[in-house]
Design a protein around this ligand. Sequence first.
Ligand code: FO1
Length: 307
Amino acid sequence: MILALSGGTGGAKMLDGLAQATGQENLTAVVNTGDDGDFYGLRVCPDLDICSYTLAGVVDDRGWGYADDTFRCLDGLATYGRPAWFGLGDRDLATHLHRTMRLAEGAALHEVTAEICSRLGVTARLLPMCNEDIRTEITTDEGLLTFQEYLIRDGARADITGIRFAGLQTSRPVPGALDAIAAAETIVIAPSSPVVSIGSILGVPGVRDAVAARRDRCIAVSPIIAGRPVEGPAHKFLAGAGYDDCSARQMAEIYADVAATFVLDTRDADEAPAIAELGVSPVTRDVLMPDRASRARLAGEVLDVLA
Ligand code: FO1
């Protein structure tokens, strides 16, 4: 079994590639829930939904939300003066309604996630990083913001002065997650934000130690090419967490205790010696995944490194 640690858009592309390379039945993913939020009383889990929709083949081309969705409900909420900056489509809302109702019935998030995946025809195993509610709080000069307020409502405009994962310290990995990490043939850290996506997964008590125990079988894929994030404002989150350097080498250093191998982009090949000096084996590949074929190609190459 191949196990991946994944955030949203970049992570989901990696999961799609791994699923193509190894088969969904052979894939388990531990997925970030630090981006989760509550909208109109509904629990929204963007990264879980991006991953499940992607593996189900129903994600929209923009990389989030349900394909070809309509936004009639959101338009109606705006009519009544409700904030409508978070693009929750009508079909997507069914997922959040269903999840919220199941949670209110007493189901745990990992159970609801398994049910949603099953109904969508996803045969990979998607595990939320924990069942507790985690809320990423972003402190900026403009005040304290939720993750989605910072990223979507405000377009990641302000510089970040602090990042806090409320609830993380007292959370626990979901049942089966640590066993899956221990049993995985290979662990792939997807090219998601090392601070807010992978950082929160590794911050669930017990997870970082469990992955570190498998360091020789763990390979991380760089989310940074030529000093810039491939997806999203990872550089803002890095700076907010105190990392001045937005480089492949910095990523390898952040993961040095958990991943003995690091895949950097060919455009960053000159950073390979500095990565080797960290005690991490650098592997140089094209890490861009513009289409499904390139996802499968990269995933195959990543798995081949530790075959
Ligand atoms: N991303 C956007 O850029 N704009 C949106 O309005 C938006 C809405 C949205 C709704 C549901 C969902 O599951 C994801 C959504 N995303 C949207 C993506 C999301 O904000 C982020 O990309 C992830 O949280 C980061 O992985």
